[in-house]
Design a protein around this ligand. Structure first.
Ligand SMILES: *Cc1c(COP(=O)(O)O)cnc(C)c1O
Length: 426
């Protein structure tokens, strides 16, 4: 199927392309193994001489169909599904970093990813320098070292909903001869396609809007195919030098633009696992079929809620990038002209105790740790994810004690606002 179709068409019909007599709907290939007729056929697969399915840890037809839909939506050349967003970000970095290497990343990223980069990768000998994503090009450039292998940021950060100046980031990365990896979870390719602005690799927690129904944890890595690994061959020996575990094959020479994803599959999936189950990939595909309908509704509702909150005298502040006057309003107009996402945050006059009373009084919006699905949900980081911190420590972590994270769903905006209003009156 042609990748030149519009996103709506790719959401519905991308990926699975049945041939004569095959199921119209993507089947769940619930099989660990695949059958061959001769021993030689199988041997060629193990040597990466031919492509084909042999064991679901490496590849599965259901997963591949969904990965190719996401690759088409992002405008990339190849993609792989992972068991979670965390696995996607780990693999995306670890595929081109090893002990002794260095990463530069934006600071205001998802807590799990921050921990991965600052604590867990450090144990593997990979160091990370965190930078303020709003700093100047000169300031951010100071963080780079000769052993820096990538620059990382989130298109719209979770939970701060900061918008990345992606062109600036791409320019900095390329000036230092490294790829830009962008986590596009909150924007989704419906609202922004980072490759069009210079990103080289995109990651997703498909757990959020892509699945959209809070049914399946999953992740995805997409490669634009644009980064020239060979031009920086000394930096990326894993891609540009022979792999002894495959009889001396060199990924860039054998696979060209598919080198990065092929290596991630044939080395990282082989050795570390973390596949998405075909059952979850099937659920993810159902979610993707309506992504183009859900995202505009999330954005429309979130803007209506944000505007209502802004005019409410019990509300101290509102943070939503699409609101005029927001720090990221101009970047939002540039990179996310159709809207950012459904997540916003706000604070109530009266602080922490008032916030808790408010949340407990909500009826429609459920208190859950999840964000970004069809149902409106709410979280108070100071009482939940960051509850061990004092107000002082919260401030240092950039989280106001009264901050309420509100993930606006696709219900009627009138009902969501009415729920907020009745809770504020309690
Ligand atoms: C949730 C999230 C992750 C982690 O994804 P999981 O699927 O929960 O492992 C990574 N990045 C962002 C931006 C997220 O919102």
């Amino acid at each position: 199927m042609s990748n030149s179709f519009k996103p709506a068409t790719l959401c519905v019909q991308g990926g699975w392309q049945p041939k004569k007599g095959e199921p119209r709907v993507l089947p769940i290939y619930q099989s660990t193994t695949f059958k061959y007729e001769t021993s030689e056929q199988m041997a060629k697969l193990f040597d990466l001489e031919e492509s084909g399915y042999f064991y679901t840890r490496l590849q599965n037809p259901t997963n591949d169909a969904v990965a190719s839909k996401i690759a088409a939506l992002e405008g990339g050349v190849a993609a792989m599904l992972t068991s979670s967003g965390q696995a996607a970000n780990f693999f995306a970095c670890f595929n081109i970093c090893e002990a002794g290497d260095h990463i530069v990343s934006a600071t205001g990223i998802y807590g799990g990813t921050y921990n991965l980069l600052s604590v867990t990768l450090k144990k593997l000998g990979i160091e990370c320098t965190f930078i303020d994503q709003d700093a100047s090009e000169e300031e951010i450039s100071k963080a780079f070292r000769p052993n820096t292998k990538l620059l990382f940021g989130e298109m719209i950060s979770n939970p701060g909903v900061m918008v990345l100046d992606i062109e600036k980031f791409a320019h900095i990365a390329h000036k230092h001869g490294v790829p830009l990896i962008v986590d596009n979870t909150f924007a989704t390719p419906i609202n922004c396609r980072p490759f069009e602005w210079g990103a080289d690799i995109v990651t997703h927690s498909t757990t959020k809007y892509m699945d959209g129904h809070a049914t399946a944890v999953g992740g995805c890595i997409v490669d634009s195919g644009n980064f020239d690994w060979e031009a920086h061959a000394d930096k990326y020996p894993g891609l540009c030098q022979p792999d002894e575990s495959y009889h001396g094959l060199t990924y860039t020479k054998t696979f060209g633009k598919m080198a990065y994803i092929t290596k991630a599959t044939s080395q990282l999936m082989r050795d570390l696992g973390s596949i998405q189950s075909p059952q979850n990939a099937f659920l993810l595909n159902l979610g993707l079929e309506t992504l183009h309908l859900r995202m505009p509704q999330h954005c429309k509702n979130a803007l209506a809620v944000a505007k209502w909150l802004q005019n409410c005298d019990k509300v101290a502040w509102v943070n939503y990038p699409d609101l005029e006057g927001n720090k990221y309003y101009e970047l939002t107009k540039k990179y996310l002209p159709n809207g950012s996402c459904g997540v916003l945050s706000f604070g109530l006059k009266g602080g922490r105790d008032v916030s808790i009373k408010f949340m407990d009084s909500l009826k429609l919006a459920a208190i859950v740790t999840h964000v970004a699905d069809a149902r409106t949900c709410v979280l108070h980081p100071a009482s939940h994810t960051h509850r061990q911190l004092t107000d002082e420590q919260l401030k240092e972590a950039g989280i106001a004690p009264d901050l309420i994270r509100f993930s606006v769903g696709i219900e009627s905006a009138d009902d969501i606002i009415a729920d907020i209003e009745q809770a504020l009156n309690q």
